[in-house]
Design a protein around this ligand. Sequence first.
Ligand code: F42
Length: 332
Amino acid sequence: MAKFGVEFVPQDAYWKTTYYAMLAEKSGYDYVWITDHFNNRNVYTSLATILNYTDRVKIGPGVTNPYVLHPMGTAQTMASLAEIAPGRVVCGIGSGDKTTLEMANIPHEKPLATIREAVQIIRDITGGKRVNLDGSIYKISGVKLNFKIPQPVPVFVGAQGPKMLSLAAEIGDGVLINASNPKDFETAFASIDEGLAKAGKKRSDIEVVAATAFSIDKDLEKARQAAVPVVAFIVAGSPEPLLQRHGISVEAANKIKDAIVKGDWGNVFGQVKPEMMEAFSIVGTPDVCIEKIDRLLKMGVTLFITGSPIGPKIHKSIELFSKEVLPHFRNQ
Ligand code: F42
């Protein structure tokens, strides 16, 4: 049966994100993911608070990165969280937000090898092993936690590019794909299958996660308006081949980027075209959302995430999703 997750950006005070997470658990979601960006609240503080106020839902960073926090630190934090809530903690890790890393003058070198070794370190340390690694990135000797958790924390790898997608499938317990349109999943599955073949794994050995830009409301226009700023940022930050895949010109993307930089939001709203919304979000009434989610699940997505903005009012959209979308898939 398909699983469902929700992603929160901890841009609000901790109690608000915790309240949303409690609501998501009550509404029947299986996973809560908290994004990790320096300018927002700390992801692990948010996760610890949420764990104390929830009982069932699985939670994790979606996603942290090995450049700002060394994977030993990530492993120690994940193990500590797993002690609070055994079996409910998962670790999402990706190569990180280039802009922030540049601002901190942290070299973003060799992301593939860095992620490969980081995943091994997190898995081994949370699995209670003494870690000795003479890697091309990390050299670690004799590191071990002096407390134990029942099982290693599952590691999901956030990936967009073909090589990272392949690596994520090869080494991860799950692949977290930031995309909303079937075309992107078609391309992603080719890389995922390559990675699985390398590791001698099957599709059923991993979770394939669609981390979508999602907005639901009974009023289609309200759902759309809520998603426009998110789609604008995605278009502005997308590489050319991705824009090309969706028939969006670089000039159109640059116009949006310029308007964002100038803070000219009236212009941003004017420049975000229907084809951009279609390419980079799932937006609509419950019926429309069901149809689009169904399509991704039929392609092989096993965990669907309703990501930012979720809807014009987060709590109302979670309730609407729970009442009118989730039952459709739970009763199948
Ligand atoms: N990033 C955040 O900072 N915070 C978040 O909360 C977050 C959430 C999130 C959720 C899902 C998801 O899929 C991604 C998410 N991200 C988040 C973004 C993530 O951190 C990455 O920025 C994003 O996934 C883009 O990275 P990528 O997977 O496309 O990989 C990059 C590095 C890439 O260019 N990959 C290429 C590819 O084909 O996959 C390979 C690049 C390559 O070959 N590099 C060489 C190497 O050896 O690694 C050489 C590079 C060198 O050093 O010169």
